[in-house]
Design a protein around this ligand. Structure first.
Ligand code: GLA
Length: 371
């Protein structure tokens, strides 16, 4: 019987590049940053999980033996989904009280929901006195999001938060789940600036993009042999078979295919310490997300322009699923604070309010703090 308090935490993920490629079996290149969801847990003698979010000032509870997906449509679904996944994996969960607080801006493209899932999973495992491999935990948390929150997300967020090592970027092949952990160049700084616009992944646009990609694969499979996902499609094959798709589906495919190439190019540029090149790849990524994938919005486009108007910024793009949230800018460390101030002043002048900012800093993978 564990009678101490359990402390667990998970960071936020910042995707350097590779947006909307994960659920297409493609490549992504995220890193974690030092803003955290923290969970404090204490065991109960019954089968109730009572969960308080001090961030939202809300308390919810449910019984571990009576879990059904999607009833409330609120944040508690993520917690229920994680508990259900752990029970299905054979973990003997115990009743507990959880207190959750978070510094991660919600719905801002920094994977606040995956961070909630991973930190809760670590806390519940801590209370149960059991463990699961980090890769299995990432997959379990992704299922929680599919089954309980109704978002057909890819694996990037959960995998990054569970597995990306301190200060490293994670090159993840979302088809094979093979990874490479790479240190970031000593000279690089990454600045996040919040547009202030909020999306909800549960409002349908995200699932809609995933469905468009699946529909395109089905159409292309008739003429291009061996295409089981957009990962299998070359730009040449897409151009040759353009006539099988309508304009919208063609553009969705062009984003995914070119974005996978940009991940490879960014990985190489980081290895060469070519930050100028990284910046231009981020700019190209934003244009593709805006024009072909249609997941940007006016405020994000304005923020990217404001950011790039600073001569210290090497490139910028919207980050995460889109429709709002943060812009990521790359610059040299020596310029980081001035670049951040330039961006903040420029966007404050354009939008009328001073945006939240954060300089990406190394963070550990999701963990129990008292392990
Ligand atoms: C969200 C999803 C991820 C990924 C990104 C877009 O963060 O949870 O799986 O698809 O959007 O790249």
């Amino acid at each position: 019987m564990i009678n101490k308090l359990i402390y667990a935490s998970a960071a936020a993920r910042v995707n350097i590049i590779g947006e909307h490629t994960d659920y297409n079996g493609g490549l992504v290149l995220p890193t974690n940053t030092a803003i955290f969801t923290r969970v404090t847990a204490s065991p109960r003698d019954d089968r109730v999980l009572q969960v308080r979010s001090s961030t939202l000032d809300e308390t919810e509870s449910f019984i571990l033996d009576d879990l059904h997906p999607g009833e409330t449509g609120t944040w508690i679904e993520y917690v229920k989904g994680v508990a259900a996944g752990l029970i299905d994996a054979g973990i003997k969960l115990r009743g507990a009280e959880l207190l959750i607080d978070s510094d991660i801006p919600l719905g801002a493209g920094l994977s606040s929901s995956a961070s909630l899932e991973l930190s809760v999973a670590k806390a519940l495992l801590g209370i149960a006195g059991e463990s699961i491999s980090d890769t299995d935990l990432a997959l379990l948390c992704q299922q929680a999001e599919h089954n309980y929150a109704g978002v057909q997300c890819g694996i990037m967020d959960q995998y990054s938060l569970a597995c990306a090592q301190y200060g490293k970027a994670l090159l993840l092949d979302c088809r094979s789940l093979q990874t490479q952990q790479v240190p970031l160049p000593a000279d690089i700084a990454l600045v996040l600036t919040d547009s202030g616009v909020r999306h909800s992944l549960t409002d349908g646009e995200y699932n809609n993009r995933a469905e468009e990609c699946a529909a395109a694969v089905e159409l292309l499979a008739e003429s291009v042999p061996g295409v089981a996902s957009l990962r299998d499609l070359s730009l040449d094959a897409l151009e040759t078979n353009k006539a099988s798709l309508n304009e919208v589906l063609y553009r969705r495919c062009r984003h995914v295919v070119t974005e996978i190439q940009r991940v490879q190019d960014t990985f190489a540029a980081l290895g060469d310490n070519d930050l100028q090149k990284v910046g231009s790849l981020l700019n190209a990524c934003h244009e593709s997300l805006r024009d072909d994938y249609a997941v940007s919005c006016t405020e994000l486009d304005v923020l990217v322009e404001c950011s790039n108007s600073s001569k210290r910024v090497l490139g910028s793009r919207m980050v995460g699923a889109g429709f709002g949230g943060c812009v990521l800018s790359v610059c040299r460390k020596v310029d980081a604070l001035t670049a951040a101030a330039d961006i903040q002043a420029s966007y404050a002048a354009a939008s009328g309010s001073v945006p939240w900012q954060h300089l990406v800093a190394p963070a550990h993978p999701a963990r129990l703090e008292n392990e």
